[in-house]
Design a binder for this molecule. Sequence first.
Ligand code: GDP
Length: 175
Amino acid sequence: ASEPRSPYRVVLLGASGVGKTAFASIFAGAADSMDSDNCELYEMCEKVIEVDGEPAAVTLLDTWDTDSEWAQECYMQTGDAYLLLYSITDRASFLRASELRITLRRFRPAQHTPIILVGNKCDLVRRREVSVSEGRTCAAVFDCKFIETSAAMQHNVWEAFRGIVRQLRLRRDSK
Ligand code: GDP
């Protein structure tokens, strides 16, 4: 039997209103929950999810309402990996994501920390302010992965969670 591993700590970052709580509640509401009692508070939820046929223990941390810089910097030091969210309907949140990426680099300079840039609310087609190619280009510049999601439609949200686990595994295996 393989030895138990401590859960991967995945942190949700992003401006207020981009959908972090929506992501956290989708994660917390997963049907294959092993310990849903831990998830009454969405701010921190631990769960075993299956990725590529293998279980992965994940603790998801939601930075909730904290636009306090101090609190966000705390979160930036606690994660093994980050989902960096913006809303495709809100250009300011896209710029905020870039700033957060730069700040993250300060806290995570040495190792290659898995980060996915997430353009959420892709269901709101007519309110789009940030194009897919802008998102993709930004991710390329920042050397991270990119995905567009809709928490409202539950589109690609699990793909993002699985993507971050895959990157964490790659990093772990290359150690
Ligand atoms: P947070 O401040 O980052 O935690 O953002 P919330 O998760 O509270 O979401 C802010 C608002 O956007 C809420 O009214 C959500 O219902 C809505 N929202 C979140 N994700 C989506 C999405 O993918 N599509 C749409 N249309 N609305 C969303």
